[in-house]
Design a protein around this ligand. Structure first.
Ligand SMILES: C[S@@+](CC[C@H](N)C(=O)[O-])C[C@H]1O[C@@H](n2cnc3c(N)ncnc32)[C@H](O)[C@@H]1O
Length: 310
């Protein structure tokens, strides 16, 4: 059975639709041959499909690991956290790419194995492994989070992921995040990967700091569901929906049509309760603008975990 199907099956097992977890274990493991070669040391060897605290161990295939790092655009200044790190291969690959990496793994034998493999790969100074429960551990330093878990575990983690700074990338092998649609997808063979960038929270009421005649509205009201925005701007008498509002990490972009009917394009960086950026009316040169949030932001709709929800 293909690995992601095995994990899907475990998801179904957890929902009580199939038999026992034991049925989902003990597969042949060509990829593990290298772990059993002389020189790798240690008497204990992992078995693909072995039980884990909340999900069994199946390693992500190498080609998918590389693609996960590409999708997250991992660079030397990143700190990659693999939650449920198994034999450590994602963290080790991130270390090979020059990044700092931390693997959090509940099974102490896998932690020991990962540390040994990191030393053998010569990346042990950048890559470390902790024996930890991913639901209790601190991964707030992550700039990239990688996951190969189960759908309901992704959903349990989702509120924690939304606490990470805007722009943090999250890549998941096989499983989505419920209604939070990915920003990017890749498929290699039967393996599927999803990428999300944590959006800044731009919900709430904003007041523009703009001179009369600038073409900018006085205010705007934004409602945010994950990275999707619904927003309208008002200049007192005229209220109009923003055109294609988008938040990507901290970068907010949208268009509007001013009261004279001219198209205006805006782009700004979100800095807490401030927006700083530029706007362009038609073909005129870009002009700077600022806006300020006048009250507290709302909770991003959907970012909180709801038991049994999506
Ligand atoms: C499907 S494997 C993925 C391994 C690795 N991330 C990869 O993609 O190759 C999931 C791993 O999560 C670990 N795990 C399960 N529940 C966990 C928990 N609550 N905290 C930490 N690790 C956990 C398992 O022991 C297993 O090694």
């Amino acid at each position: 059975m293909r690995p992601h199907l095995l994990l899907r099956r475990q998801a179904l097992l957890r929902l009580g639709r199939l038999g026992s977890l034991a049925a989902a274990t003990a597969l042949p493991v060509p990829a593990l041959a290298q772990l059993r070669e002389p020189g790798h040391g240690g008497s204990w060897e992992p078995t693909r499909g072995q039980a884990g605290k909340d999900v069994i161990w199946i390693p992500t295939p190498d080609a998918l690991v590389q693609r996960m790092l590409q999708m997250a655009e991992v660079q030397a200044d990143d700190h990659v956290y693999d939650l449920g790190s198994g034999d450590g291969k994602i963290a080790i690959a991130a270390g090979r790419a020059g990044a700092l990496a931390t693997g959090l793994e509940f099974d102490p034998r896998m932690v020991e194995l990962s540390r040994r493999l990191a030393r053998e790969a010569g990346v042990h100074e950048r890559v470390r492994f902790e024996k930890a429960d991913i639901f209790e551990a601190d991964f707030s330093k992550a700039t990239v989070v990688t996951l190969y878990l189960l759908p309901e575990l992704n959903l349990r983690l989702r509120p924690r992921l939304f606490e990470l700074p805007p722009g943090t990338r999250v890549v998941s092998h096989s499983f989505g995040m419920g209604e939070w649609q990915p920003d990017e997808r890749s498929r290699i063979g039967s393996g599927e990967l999803f990428l999300w960038r944590i959006p800044a929270n731009v919900s709430g009421h904003w007041r523009f700091n703009a001179a009369a005649g600038s073409g900018l509205p006085q205010s705007m009201q934004v409602r945010q569901t994950f990275q999707k925005l619904q927003a309208e701007a008002s200049d007192g008498s005229l209220t109009a929906a923003l055109i294609e509002p988008r938040i990507d990490g901290r970068t907010l972009q949208f268009g509007l049509r001013d009261s004279a009917g001219r198209a205006v394009k805006l782009r700004a960086e979100v800095q807490g309760n401030r927006l700083r950026g530029s706007y362009q009316r038609g073909t005129a040169p870009p002009q700077p603008f600022e806006a300020e949030r006048t009250g507290p932001p709302d909770t991003i709709v959907g970012s909180a975990y709801v038991e049994g929800g999506t």
